[in-house]
Design a protein around this ligand. Structure first.
Ligand SMILES: Cc1ncc(COP(=O)(O)O)c(C=O)c1O
Length: 435
C-alpha cells in the first residue's frame, strides 16, 4: 500500500490538476478521503490509505454494473486475444452499431468516440453543417456538456477561449420555454441546434420538453439531447423514451461499457450521413480518431448492454434508488434536518444538498458531511451512482452510516461554528475562475 506514497506526494507535479477530470480532484473531496484508488471490486474500492470503501462515485457514474465485473472482464479478455486496433474497421464496430440502433429509440446511425465531450461537440458541429447556421443554444441549468470551447467558454473557466467562440453559444433555462423562444426570435434562422439533458434533478413542467422539441422543429434547428447520465440508467432506451421525445441527435457515454471508454453519437440518418462517404454535400469531418473504435471498449459495451438487458439493470436502478431515497428521507426527518439536508433527483440518479438555515448551499457544511461519511469508509461526493453491484446490503450499510453522520452533523449545526470541524480545506466549485 505505501510503496506508492512518493508518487502520490508528487501527483500535482506529474499531472496538472492531479487527475484526469477536475471532478476527481483534491478540491472535490474532503481531506480524509483516499487521494488515490488502487483497485475496485463490485461496489467497493480500495484507497491508498489501505482502507476498503463502499463506492458511490463508480467512475463518475460510468461503472453501472460494478467494478471488475466478471461478464465484462471475460468479454474484454476474449477480445484482447484477437487484437485491439487495426487499419480497417473491426467487425465489432458493426456489431455494436447494429445493437445500439436496435436498442436506442432515435438512432438510425451511430458513431463512436472515447469521451462524452467528443460526441457532444460532434453533435453541435454536425448541426451547424446540416443547417448552415452558427449559433448553439444550450440549457444553462445543466452543469456540463463538453470541455470544448463552444461550451466551456460559456462558464467562468473561459481562459484560452477566444471571445468570438464564446459569442456563438447562447443559454436558456430549464422549464422556461420563453427563455428559448426569445433566442429563436432574436436570431431567426441562425440557431443551428438546441442541446440539453432530458432531465437532471428538476422534473420537466408544463410539457416543457415537447415544447422545446416543437420550437426546434418550427425554427429548423437540430434538437440534441445529451443522455450521458440518463442513458442506460433511466431505462435501456434512456430518458428520451421515458418522456416520449424524438430528438434529431443524441449523445451517450457513461454507463454503456461499465467504465470502459465508449461514447456514442446517435441520430437521424440524413444528418449523421453528412459524415459519410456517399453524398454530394460538403464533407463533414465527423469524429475521426485513432482510438475511437478500439476493440476492447466495444467488446465491453456489447457485453454490458447484453448484461443490462438480461438482468433488467435499469429496473434495479429505480428500485434501489427508491429504497435509498426513502431511507435517507426517513433519517433526515428522524434527525429533524429537513431545513438543512435534501435528497434531490430521481431514483436512478440521486444527489444530496447541504444548506445553511437561510437555505443557501454551504460548501463548508457539505465538506463536513462528506468527511463524516468518509470516516465511515464510504466514498461519497454528494451523489449516488447506483450500480448493479449496489444491493440491499450496500443500502443498509449506507443508511446505518448516514444515521450516525446525521447525529454529528446536527451537533455541528447547533454549534454554529462550522469551520472548526473541518479536517482540511472546504470543497470548491469545479467551475471557478481562480484556484
Ligand atoms: C451530461 C454530460 N455531458 C457530457 C459530459 C462529458 O463527458 P466526458 O467526461 O466523457 O467527456 C458529461 C461528463 O460528466 C456529462 O455529465
Amino acid at each position: 500500500m505505501y510503496k506508492f506514497s512518493n508518487l502520490i506526494k508528487k501527483r500535482h507535479d506529474l499531472i496538472p490538476g492531479g487527475a484526469h477530470t477536475y471532478s476527481k480532484g483534491d478540491d472535490q473531496f474532503p481531506a480524509n478521503a483516499p487521494k488515490v484508488i488502487l483497485r475496485g471490486k463490485g461496489a467497493y474500492v480500495w484507497g491508498n490509505d489501505g482502507k476498503k470503501y463502499l463506492d458511490w462515485c463508480m467512475g463518475l457514474r460510468s461503472v453501472s454494473l460494478g467494478h471488475c465485473y466478471s461478464v465484462i472482464n471475460k468479454a474484454v479478455a476474449s477480445q484482447m486475444q484477437d487484437g485491439t486496433n487495426f487499419g480497417r474497421p473491426h467487425i465489432s464496430e458493426f456489431q455494436l452499431a447494429d445493437l445500439l440502433i436496435k436498442t436506442l429509440p432515435n438512432a438510425q446511425m451511430v458513431k463512436f468516440a472515447k469521451n462524452g465531450s467528443t460526441v457532444t461537440t460532434a453533435a453541435v458541429k454536425l448541426a451547424r453543417a446540416y443547417t448552415g447556421r452558427k449559433y448553439a443554444a444550450f440549457c444553462k441549468d445543466h452543469p456540463f456538456f463538453s470541455y470544448d470551447d463552444w461550451f466551456i467558454g460559456t462558464t467562468v473557466c473561459d481562459s484560452g477561449v477566444p471571445e468570438e467562440i464564446k459569442n456563438l453559444s447562447f443559454a436558456f433555462k430549464y422549464n422556461d420555454i420563453k427563455s428559448l423562444a426569445v433566442l429563436f426570435k432574436k436570431y431567426p434562422r441562425q440557431i443551428a441546434c438546441v442541446i440539453m439533458e432530458v432531465v437532471t434533478t428538476a422534473s420537466p413542467k408544463n410539457n416543457f420538453l415537447k415544447k422545446v422539441q416543437a420550437l426546434c422543429k418550427k425554427n429548423g434547428a437540430v434538437f440534441i439531447v445529451d443522455e450521458m447520465i440518463t442513458g442506460f440508467r433511466w431505462g435501456i432506451k434512456g430518458a428520451q423514451d421515458y418522456y416520449g421525445l424524438k430528438p434529431d441527435l443524441s449523445t451517450y457515454g457513461k454507463g454503456i461499457a461499465n467504465g470502459y471508454s465508449v461514447a456514442v453519437l446517435a441520430g437521424r440518418r440524413d444528418i449523421m450521413n453528412l459524415g459519410g462517404l456517399y453524398h454530394k454535400r460538403p464533407r463533414v469531418f465527423l469524429i475521426s480518431t485513432t482510438h475511437g473504435a478500439e476493440t476492447t471498449g466495444l467488446a465491453a459495451a456489447i457485453a454490458a448492454i447484453g448484461e443490462m438487458k438480461k438482468k433488467h439493470v435499469t429496473d434495479h436502478f429505480w428500485k434501489t434508488g427508491r429504497a435509498l431515497k426513502d431511507g435517507l428521507e426517513k433519517l433526515i426527518k428522524k434527525h429533524d434536518l429537513q431545513k438543512y439536508v435534501e435528497v434531490l433527483g430521481f431514483a436512478p440518479n440521486l444527489s444530496m444538498s447541504f444548506k445553511e438555515s437561510n437555505g443557501n448551499a454551504s460548501p463548508v457544511l457539505r465538506t463536513i458531511f462528506l468527511q463524516e461519511v468518509a470516516k465511515r469508509n464510504i466514498l461519497f461526493q454528494g451523489y449516488f451512482a447506483i450500480s448493479y453491484s449496489h444491493q440491499r446490503q450496500e443500502i443498509n450499510k449506507t443508511l446505518k452510516a448516514f444515521d450516525q453522520v446525521m447525529i454529528i452533523y446536527k451537533k455541528v449545526l447547533e454549534s454554529g461554528n462550522f469551520e472548526k470541524y473541518l479536517l482540511g480545506p472546504a470543497l470548491k466549485p469545479v467551475f471557478r475562475k481562480y484556484n
